[in-house]
Design a protein around this ligand. Structure first.
Ligand code: C5P
Length: 314
């Protein structure tokens, strides 16, 4: 970062949910969740430039991404400026790699990256709790991205308790050609539960969330992969797979190509597979590209990222 030009470049990492338990509906219409979220290396790059003038301008190299106030990065800047009673000019440039409607949190991550970048550029030194509170006004997943790394997330997503970092784990992400709408997913899960399709879910998954907190100090990659295999779960898989059975096929293909475990990302539609070595992850990605269960699939080889790396601004 060069302070004299008041510009910064911030990496905006994606996430996966190692566990996503949907506990039930809340009076505000959101769902109470318990989740273990994990930053991964796949990232967008955000350039921020402060200027005179009072207007927030946003541009993105992917034409389908909105560049107006509906973009969460744009909204994050507005919320921060409003809270401080300031109105500088700001140019936000987003180079996109994280696919949309994938469950990877791309928009929320961009919002948190803008908050962290502006905090640095404007020398605000906001406490993490204050940045999380601002982030929660922008979207449920934003506070997690302010904290990053491995974290236990609850409430509607706004309560974030950092966990010790898990060892960097090789990972393959597969994004099928269709997306899944998050509000639809939650609604459909409610309907499925009301119809009795998912009766046992809450009790068992609650236990899983608590258990991963105990497992969080994984010593080695092998023990982490081993423990995670039995702990990974995502309540939003059921509605997504009902709508798109290809998600189940992608999971099975990842396991058949050497993944220790595979799970849908957030509300979908992307799927991640965890691998014990980078070589195995790369080989699996190559075989996936050669024979995908549905076309066109985007395939990314990445790994989990520690908190220090997730929030570092060069
Ligand atoms: O907070 P955010 O705008 O990211 O949420 C998108 C939508 O996902 C909400 O409008 C809601 O329908 C659903 N949601 C939910 N419970 C959560 C988070 C999101 O029902 N904890």
């Amino acid at each position: 970062m060069n302070p004299s030009t008041k510009s910064a470049v911030v990496r905006s990492f994606a996430k996966v949910n190692l566990i996503l338990d949907v506990l039930g509906t809340r009076p505000d219409g959101y769902h109470a969740i318990e989740s273990v979220m994990q930053t991964i290396g796949l990232h967008d790059t955000i350039s921020l430039t402060i200027s005179e003038g009072g207007t927030i301008r946003l541009s993105c190299d992917v034409p389908s991404i909105p560049t107006d106030e509906s973009n969460l990065a744009h909204r994050a800047a507005s919320v921060l400026f409003e809270s401080r009673g300031i109105s500088p000019g700001l140019d936000i440039r987003i180079e996109k790699r994280i696919p949309a409607e994938a469950g990877l949190g791309g928009g929320s991550s961009n919002a948190a990256a803008v908050l962290r970048g502006l905090d640095r550029l404007l020398e605000l030194r906001l406490p993490c709790e204050e940045m999380c509170a601002l982030g929660a006004r922008v979207g449920s997943d934003v506070p997690f991205f302010v904290v990053g790394g491995t974290a236990f997330v609850s409430g509607r997503g706004e309560r974030v308790d950092p966990l010790p970092d898990i060892p960097p784990m090789p990972m393959v992400i597969v994004k099928p050609p269709f997306g899944v709408s998050t509000p639809w997913s939650y609604r459909r899960l409610d309907e499925m539960r009301a119809a009795g399709d998912q009766s046992e879910v809450t009790g068992e998954r609650e236990t899983a969330s608590r258990r991963i907190v105990e497992y969080a100090g994984f010593r080695t990659l092998q023990s982490a992969v081993c423990s995670l295999r039995s702990l990974l779960s995502n309540d939003l898989e059921a509605p997504a797979i009902e709508q798109h059975p290809e998600i189940e096929e992608i999971k099975a293909t990842l396991i058949a190509s050497g993944a220790s475990a595979a799970l849908m990302c957030g509300s979908g539609s992307a799927v991640f597979g965890l691998f014990e070595t980078d070589d195995r992850a790369r080989a699996a990605a190559d075989s996936f590209v050669a024979a995908p269960p549905c076309r066109p699939c985007l395939v990314f080889v990445t790994r989990t990222v520690t908190r220090e790396e997730a929030v570092r601004i060069e």
